[in-house]
Structures are given as C-alpha cells and as structure tokens.
Write a protein that binds this ligand. Structure first.
Ligand SMILES: [Zn+2]
Length: 309
C-alpha cells in the first residue's frame, strides 16, 4: 500500500487557483495509476494476500489540520479519493475563540512555551515552571496534579498562561472540521501537543493518546487511527507502540519513506511525504510511484557513492 502525507495542500506564495489545479492534476493521475482506499481498505489489503485489482491501493493522509483542507477536501471528493486527517487537538482547541481553556490547550501552551524562563503563580499548590528546556517536567507536574482535572484549577492556570501562549501553526477549528466531515473523510489523532512521543513519561504518553482520541470522538464522531508527530525513527519506541495499541488505535503511521506491506506492524506504517512547496508533476509522480526514496535522496546517494569510488 502506498500511503502519502500532505501537510498544506497549497503553497502560500501562489494563487489558490494554481494550487487547486495542481491538486486536481495529482488526483487525476492518482485515479489512473492507483486504487484510492481508506485506512480500513489499506488495512484490509495488508491483511489479505489475495487482491485481484490491477491497480495498487493508495491512501491519502493529511497531518496537523492545515486550513488548506477547507479547499482540498472538495477536490479529493470530486475524484472519489478518501482522505484521513490527523489532528493535534491542543492546537485545534486554541482556534475556537471563546472556548474555555481545555487541559489540551493548557498542555499545548506549556509544551510550546518559548519565552524566557519563569514560574507561574501557584494554583492549588501546583507550581508550574515555564522553561523551553524543561517542558517535559512541566507537563508531568501538570498531569499529576488534581488542579489540572478541576475546572476552577484549569481556569486559574489558564489566566496565568493565556498571555504567554506561544504562536503555534494555524489550523482548522472544530466547526470547520465538522463541515468537512462526511463520506470519504476520516479523522485520526496526531497527539494533543505535537510532542516527541519517545521522550514522554508514561503518564504524558497516555494523555497524548487518550485525551486526543476522546476529543476527536466527542467533536467528530470517531477516532481509531494515529499518526506519530514528526514520524521519524527517533519518535517511536517499543513503549510508544505498545501505548498506541493499548489506547485503542488500530493503526499508526510514521513519515518513514516506503510502501506499507504485510511485514510492517499496523502500528508502524510508512508514508511518503509530499513537500509543501509547489511540487512539479514529474517530481510528484516520481515520489509517489517510486514508492521508496524521494528523487533528492537518490541524487544524494548517487553522489555519495560516486565520491567513495
Ligand atoms: Zn505534524
């Protein structure tokens, strides 16, 4: 199974129509060469050796909830191409103005704090130290303290934190995502804070997996698949994979290049990353059809080998 990953669908430097036309050409080509499938279809294909279809299955995914989804989803629907969107719930919570500070949003603000080191006023005996290099300790302190699970406690932490909230990526709001939902669009989790999971403590790991899943189920109906933030080999470990499976996810995706096959654990499936910039048609086709290594990487390897001889 070829799984591809978009972040933004359009390059911000070009007119929207140029981006939409490019996506349309990509979709046309995908329809000619592949059989677009949902996660369910991809897992089914991996589990059953018998597949009579001549065209190989392809799964389209999008991470983070970029606002370009608002346009792109319509294009994918036009071509009957299913889409799985992986959301960072602490970022999504932040977009809805007027929504009270959820624990997810507090956690995301703590995790992404980038200002000078400082200590927040204690709340119910919880003292949170903000420090870019000690954010994991702050997360553990938060998640282990009853104030985090108490509405009054959360609103007091939030009042100290609100003005210090960093500026994470702009993403779609829950109501925008609800408008996108429907046939062919599935939502999965991409954690609460977009953290590097292999570095998280067990309580933090459980929070990232369970709380994001709960929020997506509540807001959008269901959530049974996960995509590791960053998705590179350093962000997962046997412990994270076990936690992902224990949290009830039936599949999880990385960003390691390659084709998903029956030899992969369903909780460590590779995806090909489509670059955010205005990728040309030939480069897109080489990336998706090559299935293994992006062209740039092949060039690097070739020059590396040439240098060795
Ligand atoms: Zn991401």
């Amino acid at each position: 199974v070829t799984a591809i990953l978009y972040h933004g669908f359009y390059d911000g430097s070009e007119p929207m129509t140029a981006g939409r036309d490019r996506l349309r050409r990509q979709c046309e080509w995908i329809r000619r060469k592949f059989r677009p499938v949902s996660v369910q279809g991809a897992l089914h294909h991996l589990a059953s050796a018998t597949d009579s279809s001549s065209r190989p299955p392809l799964l389209v995914t999008a991470d983070d909830g970029d606002p370009s989804l608002l346009e792109a989803t319509g294009v994918l629907r036009e071509f009957g191409i299913p889409l799985t969107v992986f959301l960072v719930t602490g970022w999504t919570d932040r977009v809805d103005e007027g929504k009270p500070f959820t624990l997810a949003r507090i956690a995301s603000a703590l995790y992404w704090y980038s200002g000078p080191a400082r200590v927040l006023e204690p709340v119910q005996g919880l003292t949170l130290a903000l420090h870019p290099e000690r954010r994991l300790q702050a997360m553990d302190a938060l998640l282990q303290h009853p104030a985090a699970y108490d509405e009054e406690g959360r609103s007091r932490i939030a009042s100290h934190l609100a003005s210090l909230e960093g500026n994470p990526k702009r993403v779609c709001s829950w109501s925008e995502l609800r408008d996108l939902s429907g046939p062919g669009v599935e939502f999965g989790s991409h954690s609460v804070t977009h953290c590097r999971m292999a570095r998280c403590s067990p309580i933090h790991l459980r929070f990232e997996l369970a709380e994001s899943r709960r929020a997506i189920c509540d807001e959008l109906g269901s959530c049974s698949v996960f995509a590791y933030p960053y998705g590179t080999p350093d962000v997962w470990s046997p412990a994270t994979t076990e936690a992902v499976s224990a949290a009830g996810y039936r599949a999880a995706f990385l960003t390691e290049s390659g084709l998903a096959s029956a030899r992969h654990s369903p909780h460590l499936l590779p995806r090909l990353v489509v670059p955010d910039n205005a990728i040309r048609g030939a480069a897109f086709r080489a990336l998706v059809q090559g299935g293994k290594v992006p062209l740039e990487r092949l060039k690097q390897l070739a020059s590396h080998l040439a240098g060795r001889s």
